[in-house]
Design a protein around this ligand. Structure first.
Ligand SMILES: [Fe+2]
Ligand SMILES: [Fe+2]
Length: 409
């Protein structure tokens, strides 16, 4: 029988850190165990079942990266998280890109954020256990996508040294990819980001758009961009229309988030990135599981069901779970992971709820507006609580559609 309480193993050579984690989490319904070294951590794992591990990086003897690499080999179902100081960042980005851990928490941590990350990781551990077979099969077949696209990897490395890397250097890296540079300039000049003056260099675009947007755009255009020119693929999925769907969803999610009085501009801009990348899992299916994806499209057409329902019939999982896995694998910020995982079921999401709700509503509305195509043959329903949250009325929908079209053009 499955045990009811989930177990978290903390590994850190500093006793004071282990003690503050113990104090912070002792009232939660989790079993906490502690080890002062990687070696001791492995001994504990040998004796008892663990759901997630949160490990320091710099430790005498076995360091955190070596430790988590071994855990990945021996206990692949355990969710692995780094807890690290700023100085370790570049080694960690490398280790994260190799899939050694799925998440990174910075020291010193924010108590609520850490608890949120642990809750999400425990959900992920539970999901992997329950839906293990379907999802595991997919995970094994997406190895080609596990390597981050090159430009994305390079800018991620730069972001991890953002205090020492100059904006000129970052611009230089991005300029090597002309199509991505052109897209960044286009968005930096868009009225969506409220720019009054013409932006004509990548360096200036970086300053106008900020890190979150740049990261989302670079990723989106490095995976969606190169394949969109091929248009309709063998599976019957139109990639150009899909790109329009993703962009429209990003634009509308930002507009919706901007309606919430407590959201500042920065937060609303995050909704743009989340909307842009929300259906990333569909791209994985289209690119890595073409035969299954064709079956999904055929099933949805035949049964007049949504893709997300047909995905379960064929794969025993869906694009939300697949996308979330990849987002975590690439160490994306948690608001993106959540939007990718919960955009069809926003009520189940416990953190980043405003952004997730904005993406959920935007995803449904842009399909109603027939802006691009998500691959669905019928329009999904919006969660009534989310609609109410944004105070949307039927009468204003035509003008909202017009605004999205304006920003798209
Ligand atoms: Fe979706
Ligand atoms: Fe979508």
């Amino acid at each position: 029988m499955d045990k009811e309480r989930q177990t978290i193993l903390f590994v850190d050579d500093e006793l004071s850190i282990l003690n503050s984690l113990r104090r912070l989490l002792q009232d939660e319904a989790w079993d906490l165990i502690f080890a002062e070294s990687g070696e001791k951590g492995l001994e504990l794992l040998n004796k008892q079942e663990v759901d997630i591990i949160i490990s320091d990086v710099r430790m005498p003897g076995m360091d955190g990266i070596t430790f988590l690499k071994q855990v990945k080999e021996l206990y692949p179902h355990v969710v692995r998280i780094f807890l690290s100081g700023y100085a370790d960042r570049s080694a960690i980005v490398q280790a994260l890109s190799e899939g050694c851990a799925q998440q990174l928490v910075s020291k010193p941590w924010e108590d609520d954020e850490l608890k949120g990350i642990i809750r999400d990781a425990l959900l992920q551990a539970e999901e992997l256990k329950q839906k293990g077979k379907g999802l595991q099969k997919i995970i094994n077949s997406i190895s080609t996508l596990r390597t981050m696209p090159q430009t994305y990897f390079e800018i991620k490395k730069c972001f991890s040294h953002i205090n020492t890397v100059s904006i000129e250097r970052l611009a230089e890296i991005i300029e090597q990819d002309t199509s991505i540079s052109a897209e960044l300039l286009r968005w930096a000049n868009s009225a969506l980001f409220g720019q009054m003056h013409k932006v004509d260099t990548v360096e200036r675009a970086l300053m106008v758009l900020g890190i979150d947007i740049i990261e989302g755009l670079v990723l989106s255009y490095s995976i969606i961009g190169p394949i969109s020119s091929g248009s309709r693929s063998a599976t019957g999925f139109d990639l150009k229309d899909f790109q329009t769907h993703s962009l429209s969803c990003g634009i509308l999610a930002k507009m919706l988030a901007g309606r919430l009085p407590h959201m500042d501009d920065k937060e609303a801009e995050r909704a743009f990135t989340a909307g842009l990348l929300h259906d990333m899992g569909k791209l994985v299916e289209e690119m890595c599981l073409a035969d299954d994806f064709k079956k999904i499209m055929d099933t949805a057409r035949l049964k007049n069901s949504l893709l997300i329902e047909a995905e379960y019939d064929v794969l025993e999982t869906n694009h939300e779970e697949i996308g979330r896995h990849l987002a975590e694998w690439w160490s994306m910020p948690s608001f993106l992971v959540n939007a990718i995982r919960w955009h069809h079921e926003p009520h189940l999401c416990k953190t980043s709820q405003d952004i997730v709700a904005a993406v959920h509503v935007a995803n449904v509305l842009v399909q109603k507006f027939e802006l691009g195509s998500s691959g669905n043959f019928r329009i999904p329903e919006a969660d009534p609580a989310s609609l109410k949250y944004f105070d949307l009325t039927e009468e204003e929908l035509p003008s909202i559609k017009e605004s999205v079209m304006y920003y798209l053009s």
